[in-house]
Design a protein around this ligand. Structure first.
Ligand code: GLN
Length: 536
């Protein structure tokens, strides 16, 4: 079968949930028996988000193959339950990089290199890689940013060309827009949507479907108005009101009739009847009142929840399994450090220290780890959170006062966390960490082995520093258990405190593999320990 493409563009403003909408539609199509692949095109010039501040970009989502990608890939993996690969995300930076490298090699000798056709051809080539790689029935492809942005123009032009190349019957354009609400008159406005569709049409793309996002109910006559002025079918204007329950969105989309409309437009017959029993159960569980527990998430970028989006989702998934309502208290590590006061942690039933880079706030996180260890409060350390848990142990149990990571203090006489050997000669910052899926062996009888119920696991990584093996024996004698090691035994992957209900740190990022219907074992272990602790 020819691969079908559904392209998603954004209108009016960014952050309207284009990624979630695309991911949810992907789920409804998978439920009809189609093999769905995904792709996100990012029009910015960075080669990937790996070197961007989380304040600018939110979380960097790491794939099995080590690609550092946009956080929308996380939505796709969680909603559709797939494992994406490198071809599923590319940026303008990668496209230009490729073309300029070829130009310098002399591949175009004599020619002038231009946005059209060189850049647009490269964009189209990269879009076709998804179909080549996994031979999907349907590719859902989202263009980052908002229609009207100067930088997205070559991308939209490429999609326009692609439509005539692969055939109109094989391509759909879905425009996801925002309806602003005017408080004074209590009404939603469609004018910005009309303008953004006009902008899209001026570059030759008429959307087939408009998803009208809003925080308020969207009346039928408003949808009809959008249909009339934006020249789409009446039943192709789909209102999507912001949902309190994220994982309800596929069910809500289903109610709008959109999935069948999409298949009709693409001339596809459903291969099976959707079965949403699992999703309905998730939504039911979310909506059932549960005892509430408080989790302190001590991080550096807490002003922006998007910086920890997979961690937040993994907590939610595991909380459902543990039968509790997890309330996350976002605590700025630099505040703890500045105020030298742990009052903010007093009523936490559990503490999470997520990943991070650079020294700002690390002392605050170390204080939080100490508090968790000494007060036997469940603790989960993710990557940096594991490293800091080891530093805290070295300082306050082993008595090495200046213990640190060489990332933060090169002069420390006890660098219990040190640069990995194969990182020492690396000077380029982009894409050079230990990235992606690596195997790990678990020590039987440990909290980690019990949580996973297995002795060999594979998890996604993103780090340069590691536990310094010089200190392994000493740590073990003092009560630290290295419950997960790389198969050659050389890298510490999981550490835990023996005499503690649940103090576990992982060098990898378990949050990337958590699914709403398959919560991650380390998070489930953490939430179950919290539920027990909170009961006391
Ligand atoms: N900065 C630490 C390292 O590079 C931790 C990285 C992380 O938390 N992802 O090893």
């Amino acid at each position: 079968m020819t691969t079908k493409y559904i392209f998603f563009t954004g209108g009016v403003v960014s952050s309207v949930g284009k990624g979630v909408t695309a991911a949810a539609l992907g789920r409804t199509l998978k439920e009809r028996g189609f093999n769905v692949a995904v792709q996100k095109l990012d029009p910015y010039i960075n080669v990937d988000p790996g070197t961007m501040s989380p304040y600018q970009h939110g979380e960097v989502f790491v794939l099995d193959d080590g690609a550092e990608t946009d956080l929308d890939l996380g939505h796709y993996e969680r909603f559709i339950d797939i494992r994406a690969t490198r071809v599923s995300n590319f940026t303008a930076g990668q496209v230009y990089n490729e073309i300029i490298t070829k130009e310098r090699k002399g591949d175009y000798l004599g020619g002038t290199i231009q946005v059209i056709p060189h850049i647009t051809n490269e964009i189209k080539r990269r879009i076709s890689l998804v179909a080549e790689k996994s031979n999907p029935d349907i590719v859902l492809c989202e263009v980052g940013g908002t229609v009207g942005d100067i930088e997205s123009q070559p991308f939209l032009e490429s999609l326009r060309q692609l439509r005539s190349e692969v055939g109109r019957e094989n391509v759909l354009f879905v425009h996801v827009t925002w309806l602003p609400y005017i408080g004074a008159t209590h009404e939603l406005k469609t004018k910005p949507t009309q303008h953004s569709v006009a902008a899209l049409r001026s570059i030759g793309i008429s959307p087939n479907i408009i998803i009208a996002r809003s925080d308020h109910p969207v009346a039928k006559d408003l949808c009809d108005k959008i249909a009339l002025f934006c020249d789409v079918d009446r039943n192709a204007v789909v209102p999507m009101v912001t949902s309190k329950v994220l994982y309800e969105i596929p069910l809500l989309l289903e109610k709008t009739g959109l999935p069948d409309y999409v298949l009709g437009m693409l001339k596809l017959e459903p291969r099976k009847k959707p079965d949403y029993r699992e999703w309905e159960q998730i939504v039911d569980r979310v909506n059932t009142p549960k005892p509430s527990v408080k989790i302190a998430l001590v991080g550096k970028y807490v002003e922006l929840e998007d910086a920890y989006i997979s961690v937040r989702e993994a907590i939610k998934h595991a909380a459902l399994e543990a039968g509790v309502e997890a309330e996350i208290d976002w605590i700025h590590s630099a505040d703890l450090e500045r105020d030298k006061n742990l009052e903010k942690l007093q009523d936490a039933h559990g503490i999470i220290v997520p990943g991070g880079f650079g020294s700002r706030g690390t002392e605050g996180k170390i204080m939080a780890a100490r508090f968790a260890r000494e007060n036997k409060i469940p603790y989960l350390g993710l990557c940096l959170g594991m490293q800091l848990m080891c530093i805290e142990f070295a300082r306050n149990v082993l008595g090495y006062e200046d213990a640190n990571s060489s990332e933060f203090n090169r002069a420390s006489t006890h660098p219990v966390i040190d640069l990995m050997n194969d990182q020492r000669s690396i000077t380029d910052m982009g894409g050079t960490m230990r990235l992606g899926l690596y195997p790990c062996m678990l020590k039987s009888g440990t909290l980690a082995a019990k949580a996973y119920g297995s002795d060999k696991i594979e998890e996604r990584h993103r780090h340069r520093w590691e536990f310094n093996n010089t200190y392994r024996e000493e740590f073990e004698k003092a009560g630290m258990v290295f419950s997960g090691l790389s198969p050659d035994g050389k890298l510490v992957e999981i550490s835990e405190i023996a005499d503690h209900p649940y103090m576990v740190g992982s060098q990898f990022h378990p949050e990337f593999l958590s699914r709403p219907n398959r919560p991650h074992p380390l998070f489930v272990g953490f939430l179950k320990a919290i539920a027990k602790h909170a009961n006391k």
